[in-house]
Design a protein around this ligand. Structure first.
Ligand SMILES: [Zn+2]
Ligand SMILES: [Zn+2]
Length: 294
């Protein structure tokens, strides 16, 4: 990617043996919501959607905007570009916990964090993310670099006065400990929340947002539904993490912001709430966490 034209950046998701056709558009939501976390630079399926096509489909079903998250320097630059050029996009920028050890091994972690610092000053970059800890994909060797990067990112969110999107995989205790020790940014979001009710109660005490992805619909994810049940309504967010984590009944197929209504309807049923009522709350929560799109 050239530094002067981040719009040209694109990644391709492995197809494997999956059904890579895009699911049909769901029935539109009457009250618009936002997709709080997605990766629209990653193309999926045989008929990959452009950013404009993604946003058009989203709007058609009542998804008013998206927060596009970065994970390395290039994808963070793309995220900032997308947000600067599309009124329905806000950006999150960061070095992902699985990327931090790679930058560190190359002696470039400091430089990478500086690049994120620079992007975070842009007006439509409204979160540092995704940052955090991932003990699932990164082994013991990479953990010191993950901690160093996470703490540097926490400092950036505070410095710029913007939200933080946390990626926490198999690292609940260490993430919570770090936040308690160094102090969490004012608006801290657990993207694709993966804990259970106990962790959700700690998050509730500390005022963190929990963002639920399509996996809340998975049969084996009772822990997520238990967590949802104990989270205050004003701290619940919804996201896709597209192109990953496609909700049931489309699991494995390409995910996209236009599928958010599937997850919102599922969450409303779980919570025993009217879909419109939950949608209004989710939209208000997004704006409280990241500020206005307009
Ligand atoms: Zn993540
Ligand atoms: Zn993500």
């Amino acid at each position: 990617m050239s530094e002067t034209d981040p719009s040209q950046y694109v990644r391709q998701r492995e197809k494997g043996a999956r059904d890579v056709s895009y699911p049909e558009l769901p029935e539109p939501l009457a009250v618009p919501v936002y997709d709080n976390h997605c990766h629209l630079e990653i193309q999926d399926g045989d008929d990959a959607l452009s950013l404009d096509e993604q946003l058009d489909r989203a709007v058609a079903v009542g998804i008013a905007g998206v927060v596009q998250a970065g994970g390395d320097i290039d994808s963070s630059r793309w995220s900032a570009w997308a947000a600067a050029s599309h009124p329905r996009v806000l950006a999150a920028v960061a070095i992902h916990p699985n990327e931090a050890p790679l930058y560190a091994a190359a002696g470039r972690l400091g430089e990478a964090v500086e690049a994120i610092d620079e992007l975070a000053a842009q007006p439509r970059v409204r979160a540092i993310g995704e940052t955090g800890l991932d003990f699932f994909r990164t082994g013991a060797d990479g953990i010191p670099a993950q901690h160093e990067s996470f703490e540097a990112h926490i400092a950036l969110a505070k410095k710029h006065g913007i939200a933080m999107q946390i990626h926490d995989r198999d690292a609940h205790d260490a993430v919570l400990e770090t936040l308690a020790r160094v102090g969490a940014p004012e608006r801290t979001v657990f993207h694709c929340f993966s804990g259970g009710a106990d962790m959700a109660r700690i998050a509730r005490e500390r005022g963190y947002y929990l963002s639920f992805a399509g996996n809340v619909t998975f049969k084996n994810a009772q822990n997520l539904r238990d967590a949802l049940a104990v989270t205050p309504l004003e701290r619940i967010l919804v996201e896709t993490d597209a192109p990953f984590l496609t909700p049931v009944p489309y699991r494995g197929r390409p995910n996209a912001p236009y599928l958010v209504p599937v997850t919102v309807r599922f969450m409303a049923a779980e919570l025993g709430l009217d879909v419109d009522e939950l949608s209004a709350q989710l939209a208000a929560n997004t704006l409280a966490a990241y500020g206005s799109f307009g």
